[in-house]
Write a protein that binds this ligand. Structure first.
Ligand code: ADP
Ligand code: MG
Length: 596
C-alpha cells in the first residue's frame, strides 16, 4: 500500500462534490459572496436551468488584480483571520472553497474592479486550468460567470434534472436570500425573461413582509400575524400566515438564522408543534421567521453548504418558537383568513383573481338567501341543564352592542346552521357547528391542563350497546375517559353504562358520543393515549352536543356563542382548520349591488 498526496485539481473536485450539488448551489455561493462583498444590488442571470450559464453581477467591494489568483485558490478567504475568528463569523462564507470548487467542474470567469482602481481584471478557470490575468472593462464590483457546469465531471452531469426543475431550485434559493436581505436589490432573469426585480427596502422588518408578500401573493399582507419575541439572548421576529391561510406543502416556510437561510429539523418541528391542532392534516403553515442567535450559542460550520446550523440549546429555540407562535395565534383569537372568507363565499360570489376583493354579482344565488329556513323540531330533553357548563347559557345583550363586539350581534339563524350577525362594518356569518367545535376543544384543553374537567351526572344512567370489540375498547380506556369527564362502567356483554358526561356536552347525545369514540379510536395501539386524540374527541363531543348544525338557536343562545368565540383562542377556525365564520364588509355588499 502506498499513501499518495492527491493532486490539487482532484482535491478541488472532491470538495466540489460537497459544495456544488446542482446549479442552484452555484447560484447560492455566488450570491453569498456578493452579499459578503457589501453589494447593494445583485443581478442574477440563468440560462437553461443554470446548465449552460449562470451569471451573478454585483456592485460590491470587488477583488483586486493581486488577489484574483487567491480567490480561486482552495482555503483562501478574506473572511477568516485566525482560529478564534471561527467562533465569531458574521459573513456568509468563510471556508474559501466555493470558487475553486466551481472552477474545477465548470468554466469559471471572474471580472472585477475595486474602488479607486481605473481598470477591471479578469481571470478564467476551465475545469481546473487557470488562465493568465487579463485587463477587462466594468464598473466597481464583480461579475462571475459559470458556464457548462459539470462538463469536467461527466458522471455528475448525468444526474442533472430538467432545466425546469433546476430553475425552480434556483428561484427558491434566490428568494430565500432576497428575503434575508431586503436592504439589497435583487433581480433574477431566467432564459432572458426577468422573473423579478426587487428594489431594496428602507426598513428590514417591513421589507421582509414586502418580500414575503411578493412570493406568497399580495393577500399575505392581510393574512399574516407579526411575531416578535425573545428568550434569554435569542430573539425571534417575522411573520406567520393565519392558520386558515395554509398551503398544501411546507415549501413556503422560510426560516433564517442570523440572516442565513436554513433548513433545520428543530425549527421545522417547533413550527409543526405550534400549529398542530390548528391545521388540518395535509396543510402547512406559511411563514418567514428570523432568529437572531449570539454566535457563542451557535455552530454554523456543520456542513460545507452551511444550510444547516447547530444550536447549543435546542430546547430554548424550540420553546421560543412554539411559545411565540402560539401566543401570537391566541392573541389573534377569532381572526380568520380574509382570503378564505371570500373563497368560502364560493356559491354566492366569486372572487376576482389575485384577490382584489371584487365581487362578481352575476354569480350571486339569491334564492339561497331568501329561501325559508328548514325548520328542525328538537325533541324536548328530559335532562336538566342547570348544572351544565352550557355554552349557550342565558345572557342578556342589548341590540346596540354591535359596536363593541367584533363578531357583532346575532340577527338571524338560517338553515338551522348559520348565525347571521350584524357588525359595525358589515355582516358576519358563523358556522355554528364549526365554531362550537373549536370552543369545546379550547375549553377542554384548558380544563385538562388545569385539572378542572367538569362532568355532569345523568339523572338516568344511559346504557349504550356497542358490540363486544368496541365495548372492550371502552372498558380498557375507562380511566382515560374519566379524565375527560366521561364516567363509564362495563354493563354486560357488548354494552356499557354511562353515568356522567362532560359538562360541555350540554343536552347532547350521550349514545352518539360514546359510539363515536368507540368507532373512531378502536384501532388505537396500546401505546397511544386518548389525550393525543383530544381534538378528534372534542370534535365528537361538539358533534353530539347541543349546538350541532341543525339545531335551532334563540337570540340569546346565538349571542352567547358569538361572545364565547371572541374570547376563545384560535376560534377563527374549527379543529379541522376550516374557517368558523366569514365576514362580509359593507363595502363588499355595496359592490354586490352595484352601489360602488
Ligand atoms: P469564501 O466566501 O468562503 O471566502 P469563496 O471561494 O466563495 O470563499 O471566495 C473566496 C474569496 O474571494 C472571498 O473570501 C472573497 O475575498 C473573494 N470574493 C469572492 N466573490 C467575491 C465578490 N463577489 N466580491 C468581492 N470579493 C469576492
Ligand atoms: Mg463564498
Amino acid at each position: 500500500m502506498t499513501i499518495r498526496r492527491l493532486p490539487e485539481g482532484l482535491i478541488n473536485r472532491i470538495a466540489a462534490g460537497e459544495v456544488v450539488e446542482r446549479p442552484a448551489s452555484v447560484v447560492k455561493e455566488l450570491i453569498e459572496n456578493a452579499i459578503d462583498a457589501g453589494a447593494g444590488r445583485i443581478q442574477i442571470k440563468v440560462e437553461e436551468g443554470g446548465t449552460t450559464l449562470i451569471r451573478v453581477s454585483d456592485n460590491g467591494c470587488g477583488i483586486s488584480r493581486e488577489e484574483l489568483p487567491l480567490a480561486i485558490e482552495r482555503h483562501a478567504t478574506s473572511k477568516l483571520e485566525n482560529e478564534t475568528a471561527l467562533s465569531n463569523i458574521r459573513t456568509l462564507g468563510f471556508r474559501g472553497e466555493a470558487l475553486p470548487s466551481i472552477g474545477s467542474i465548470a468554466r469559471l470567469s471572474i471580472t472585477s474592479r475595486v474602488k479607486g482602481s481605473q481598470e477591471a481584471w479578469q481571470i478564467n478557470v476551465n475545469g481546473g486550468d487557470i488562465s493568465a490575468i487579463e485587463p477587462a472593462a466594468r464598473g466597481v464590483g464583480t461579475d462571475v460567470i459559470v458556464k457548462d457546469i459539470f462538463f469536467a465531471t461527466p458522471a455528475r452531469l448525468k444526474f442533472m434534472k430538467s432545466p425546469r426543475t433546476e430553475n425552480s431550485h434556483i428561484t427558491d434559493i434566490v428568494i430565500r436570500l432576497a428575503m434575508a436581505r431586503p436592504d439589497i436589490d435583487f433581480s433574477l432573469t431566467l432564459n432572458g425573461r426577468q422573473l423579478f426585480n426587487l428594489v431594496s427596502e428602507l426598513s428590514m422588518g417591513e421589507g421582509r413582509l414586502t418580500r414575503l408578500s411578493h412570493v406568497l401573493g399580495s393577500d399575505f399582507h392581510k393574512n399574516n400575524l407579526k411575531i416578535d419575541s425573545q428568550r434569554e439572548e435569542i430573539s425571534l421576529s417575522g411573520y406567520i400566515g393565519l392558520p386558515t391561510y395554509s398551503r398544501s406543502t411546507s415549501q413556503h416556510q422560510y426560516l433564517f438564522v442570523n440572516d442565513r437561510p436554513v433548513r433545520d429539523k428543530v425549527l421545522n418541528g417547533a413550527l409543526r408543534g405550534a400549529f398542530r391542532d390548528l391545521m388540518p392534516s395535509g396543510r402547512h403553515p406559511v411563514c418567514g421567521l428570523f432568529l437572531s442567535v449570539p454566535l457563542h450559542l451557535l455552530d454554523i460550520n456543520v456542513h460545507p453548504t452551511k444550510a444547516e446550523v447547530r444550536f447549543r440549546d435546542n430546547g430554548i429555540v424550540r420553546g421560543l418558537v412554539v411559545g411565540a407562535v402560539r401566543h401570537t395565534l391566541s392573541l389573534a383569537g377569532h381572526r380568520t383568513a380574509s382570503t378564505v372568507n371570500f373563497g368560502a363565499l364560493g356559491s354566492t360570489a366569486s372572487v376576482h383573481q389575485n384577490n382584489s376583493r371584487k365581487v362578481d354579482s352575476k354569480n350571486v344565488n339569491f334564492s339561497e338567501v331568501t329561501k325559508q329556513p328548514d325548520f328542525v323540531i328538537e325533541e324536548p330533553q328530559a335532562r336538566p341543564s342547570e348544572n351544565s357548563d352550557d355554552i349557550l347559557s342565558k345572557q342578556n345583550l342589548s341590540s346596540s352592542d354591535e359596536k363593541t363586539y367584533p363578531l357583532g350581534v346575532a340577527r338571524a339563524q338560517v338553515h338551522a346552521t348559520y348565525i347571521v350577525a350584524q357588525t359595525l362594518n358589515g355582516v358576519v356569518i358563523v358556522d355554528q357547528h364549526a365554531a362550537h367545535e373549536r370552543i369545546v376543544y379550547e375549553r377542554m384543553k384548558k380544563a385538562l391542563s388545569e385539572g378542572t374537567v367538569k362532568s355532569q351526572i345523568l339523572l338516568i344512567p344511559e346504557v349504550v350497546e356497542l358490540g363486544s370489540s368496541s365495548a372492550a375498547f371502552i372498558e380498557n380506556r375507562v380511566a382515560e375517559l374519566a379524565s375527560l369527564g366521561l364516567i363509564i362502567e362495563p354493563f354486560g356483554p357488548g354494552a356499557v353504562l354511562v353515568r356522567e358526561v362532560p359538562a360541555i356536552l350540554g343536552d347532547g347525545n350521550v349514545k352518539g358520543l360514546v359510539q363515536d369514540i368507540a368507532d373512531n379510536f378502536a384501532h388505537l395501539g396500546d401505546e397511544d393515549t386518548l389525550i393525543e386524540k383530544l381534538h378528534e374527541i372534542c370534535g365528537s363531543m361538539a358533534c353530539h352536543s347541543s349546538v350541532r348544525a341543525g339545531r335551532l338557536l334563540n337570540n340569546e343562545e346565538m349571542n352567547h356563542l358569538l361572545r364565547q368565540m371572541e374570547v376563545t383562542p384560535n376560534s377563527g377556525q374549527c379543529n379541522h382548520g376550516r374557517p368558523t365564520y366569514v365576514e362580509l364588509a359593507l363595502n363588499d355588499i355595496e359592490k354586490l349591488f352595484g352601489r360602488r
